[in-house]
Ligand binder design. Structure first.
Ligand code: MN
Length: 237
């Protein structure tokens, strides 16, 4: 399979720093494997930036499956807190997606950043959010509308950096030519509904155009948080 990918990250309209980290830093094209990551740091201004950067660097440097990369990234964030107690309390989400040369997509995931599959014009969420509002929604205690206004909507229930042991969700999917994979931080999905994201992906021909359009739309919708997206197009042989 041949892939074309693009990444975009933006501080948004409200925050003073960007606590998201992304890999790869730039767009590109090639036969795979393609390794993409999105991390959304938390724990104060400095802590959030450090946590997401340490996690992404460690996950990229690690060997093995996406799940093993998330485990290695967690170890690195925990070690950094032990070495630098002033950073205590910092943590990060991490979503790792690796696509091999045959189109097999493998994901390791912790937190409320997301991976989506866009196929035949339809957008499907692959990952499950580890967040307070996702659990309340699952339990039927709040509605889909209340998710967007709930006071605890940004609280995650699972993050890297909290403990030595971490529970990583894994997903896999066989990609087909024409498929598009989207990774994003919650700065995109708290500003735009899945329908709006799907509509933008339908109108954008290239991965680069799609990544930029999504960031622009989230900013136009208010840009309340840092916005990060990775778009990978499976372009056939
Ligand atoms: Mn965020």
């Amino acid at each position: 399979m041949r892939y074309v990918w693009a990444t975009a990250t933006h501080v948004g309209q409200v925050r003073s720093g960007n606590e998201d980290s992304v890999h790869p830093p730039d767009g590109g094209a090639g036969p795979g494997p393609v390794l993409t990551l999105v991390a959304d740091g938390m724990g104060g201004h400095v802590g959030g930036e450090v946590a997401s950067r340490v996690a992404v660097e460690a996950a990229v440097a690690a060997e093995g499956s996406p799940e093993e990369r998330v485990v290695a990234a967690n170890r690195a964030v925990v070690a950094r807190v032990l070495a630098e107690p002033a950073l205590s309390g910092m943590g990060t989400t991490l979503t790792v997606a690796e696509i091999d040369e045959h189109g097999k997509l493998s994901i390791g995931h912790v937190g409320d950043s997301r991976a989506y599959l866009f196929r035949d014009g339809a957008l499907t969420r692959i990952t499950t959010d580890h967040s307070v509002v996702a659990e309340l929604l699952e339990a039927g205690r709040i509605t889909e509308e209340e998710v967007h206004t709930h006071p605890q909507r940004s609280l995650v229930t699972r993050a890297l950096g909290m403990a030595r042991w971490i529970d990583v969700d894994t997903f896999s999917e066989q990609l087909r030519p024409g498929d598009r994979v989207l990774l994003c931080s919650d700065g995109l999905t708290t500003m735009l509904s899945d329908d709006e994201v799907g509509a933008a992906l339908r109108t954008c021909e290239s991965a680069e155009e799609a990544a930029q359009a999504l960031v622009d739309l989230a900013n136009q919708a208010g840009g309340h948080d840092n916005i990060t997206v990775v778009v990978v197009d499976a372009a056939g042989q």
